[in-house]
Structure formats: C-alpha cells, structure tokens
Design a protein around this ligand. Structure first.
Ligand SMILES: [Mg+2]
Length: 162
C-alpha cells in the first residue's frame, strides 16, 4: 500500500486507477495509525483519497442560510477536505476552471454546438462550484460578501447606465 501511496505522491498513478485508490483508502480507514502515517508521508495524496471516497463529514449548512452562513460553511469545508493550503493563484485558477465548466454547461443548455467528445457539465452544479470558489476567495481575503454586495450596489445605483 505504501508503494501505491508514494506512486500517487509522485504522480505516477493516474486518477482512473480507481481500484488502487480504493484499496489504499480501505487500508487507511481500517487503521487510524496507518492513516496518520499516510498523512505524514504525503498529505496531498491522503487528501486526494478522502476527496474520492466519502468520509464522515461534520459539515452542516443550516436551513435558510445567509451569505455569512455559506462563508462559514466553506471555511469549515476547506479545512475538513484539506484545501486550506491552496495558494491564491491556485484558488483563482480553480475559479476560472469552474467558470469555464459553467460556460460549457450553459452552451449545452442553450443548444449551442459543443464537441460530442467533450465532457458534459450540469449548469446548476457548475454555478454552485463557482459560488464555492468565490466564497473561498472572499474568506481568504476577509471579505464579507453580503457587505461587499451592499456597498457595491450603493455605488452601482448612482451610476448612469447607457
Ligand atoms: Mg465543476
């Protein structure tokens, strides 16, 4: 198992090799000391495994959440799923990637021609992905999105739109 873990760490194992990944996850889950060892050997690989296989999550989004609740949820989510170390360039690249997927899904829904062999995305899922990364970026820069929205709308309301 360690060799599989190390292979992933060295990016020699590709994500389509699900069988190997599932075996590693089962190995880790059966033994907390091994999980700890896996984290020590390669936190990145371990995070990758836990993203693929559902783990017990403590995340809960309250009913009728406000924007602050969403921001709090995302702050907890990035910790739980091991994304907290993402750099600013990574966060922006991921946001742009999700924007691309959202555009692709919108093209499909608008029946604009898309390559048959290309990946298909669901617009509602991609909008959610974009929202999540936007909130993540807001959290990173300590931006209260609700307040930012109100402030910017005050400015926009005074603008002349031609
Ligand atoms: Mg997406």
């Amino acid at each position: 198992m360690l060799s599989v873990l190390c292979a992933v760490a060295r990016r020699q194992l590709f994500c389509y090799d699900i069988t190997a990944l599932v075996l590693v996850v089962q190995w880790i889950e059966r033994s907390p000391p091994k999980a700890k060892m896996a984290v020590r050997i390669c936190p990145r690989a371990y995070n990758y495994f836990t993203r693929i296989v559902s783990v017990k999550s403590k995340l809960k989004l309250k009913k009728n959440p406000g924007l602050k609740d969403f921001q709090r949820y995302i702050a907890a989510m990035v910790q739980e799923r091991g994304f907290a170390e993402e750099t600013i360039p990574e966060m922006f690249m991921l946001l742009m990637e999700e924007c691309g997927e959202m555009a692709k899904a919108a093209r499909k829904m608008a029946k604009i021609h898309t390559d048959k062999n290309s990946e298909h995305f669901h617009l509602d899922h991609e909008v959610a992905d974009v929202f999540m990364y936007l909130l993540d970026i807001c959290n990173h820069f300590d931006i209260d999105l609700e307040q930012a929205f109100r402030d910017k709308e005050k400015i926009n309301a005074k603008r002349t739109w031609e």
